[in-house]
Design a protein around this ligand. Structure first.
Ligand SMILES: [Ca+2]
Ligand SMILES: [Ca+2]
Ligand SMILES: [Ca+2]
Length: 316
């Protein structure tokens, strides 16, 4: 009988001298553990304070510095990013998460972050691969030294307004997803061409791969397009396009432009007014896509009222 019992213990652990960790106990727990509030815990464990000192008392906040752990002057119960310093509390998409801690700051909801890389699934080129991070989210609450503006005053009232102008964001990336959104209107009914574009620039190469919405009334070139510019041959190469009837569709617009010098491809998706598009360069080309060292945004014979620009980078 004894032999059977020893064998049974070895195989199935049928004998337990005291309750296992995390299970109910009265006083007794395994060696190295202690019984607290009816459960076994590692020794040294203390029960959480049932009545934290910083809890509101009769509707009045206790004078405790812990209520503002990020020191932005906004007490935690009212802070839309309780652990990130964000004094302006700006919330671009109005989803109650401040831009500073919102994993997808320009899209209401969509904040699940499956791979926990800080970029919400709805914004993430690889939602199940933790390789992304936000480089910048720009809600235009104030002028920023990260930009070269065409004129002073283009940033006001939480937007950047470009009318026949280009603004340059002084950041780069090897592999980036660029978001821009706002509203667009054509400025002159007599203009024969309208354009909105995103031009990643490079200090190491004069090759350019850009997105544009472009139309010319005298020509057949109307559409949302991905273009390459070969500066050596002074040659423009159309990579892909979705046509629209000119002029440039007005109304709300949003563009998501993927630019990769690592994968050697570009693609874009978005909408202008009711016109949507999805375009892609496809396979790598002979004309190398350079690492972007800055990113320009421009509107011509059109007024772009830009509410946000955001850039995330994928680490190879
Ligand atoms: Ca905060
Ligand atoms: Ca938000
Ligand atoms: Ca993610």
């Amino acid at each position: 009988v004894r032999g059977w019992c020893v064998l049974a213990i070895a195989l199935a652990g049928c004998f337990q001298p005291s309750p296992p960790r995390g299970l109910a106990c009265e006083t007794e727990c395994p060696n190295g553990e202690t019984c607290v509030d009816g459960l076994c815990h590692p020794e040294g464990y203390t029960a959480p304070d049932a009545d934290p000192v910083d809890a509101p008392v009769d509707g009045v906040l206790a004078p405790d510095a812990n209520l503002d752990p990020d020191n932005d002057g906004i007490l935690t119960p009212d802070d839309n990013c309780p652990s990130v310093t964000n004094q302006n509390q700006h919330d671009e998409d109005g989803d109650k998460f401040g831009d500073a801690c919102d994993p997808c700051p320009m899209l209401f909801g969509g904040d699940e972050d499956t791979d926990s890389d800080g970029v919400g699934d709805a914004c993430d080129p690889q939602p199940a691969v933790a390789k992304q991070h936000w480089v910048v989210f720009e809600p235009f609450t104030s002028a920023s030294t990260m930009w070269n503006y065409p004129t002073t005053g283009v940033v006001a009232n939480d937007v950047m307004t470009l009318t026949g102008q280009t603004a340059q964001l002084k950041i780069g990336a090897k592999s980036a997803r660029i978001f821009v959104g706002g509203t667009i209107t054509n400025v002159s009914s007599s203009a024969t061409s309208h354009q909105f574009g995103i031009w990643p620039d490079s200090t190491t190469s004069t090759n350019q791969y850009y997105f544009e919405a472009f139309d010319k009334t005298e020509g057949p070139e109307n559409g949302f397009r991905l273009m390459a510019f070969d500066s050596v041959a002074s040659n423009y190469i159309k990579l892909d396009e979705v046509l629209y009837v000119p002029p440039l569709p007005n109304g709300a617009f949003a563009v998501q432009y993927d630019y990769s010098s690592v994968q050697q491809n570009v693609s874009a998706t978005g909408k202008f007014g009711s016109q949507t598009f999805t375009i892609s360069s496809g396979a790598a080309m002979d004309l190398a896509i350079p690492e972007a060292t800055s990113i320009s945004f421009g509107a011509y014979s059109a007024k772009a009222t830009i509410q946000y620009v955001a850039v995330l980078e994928s680490v190879p």
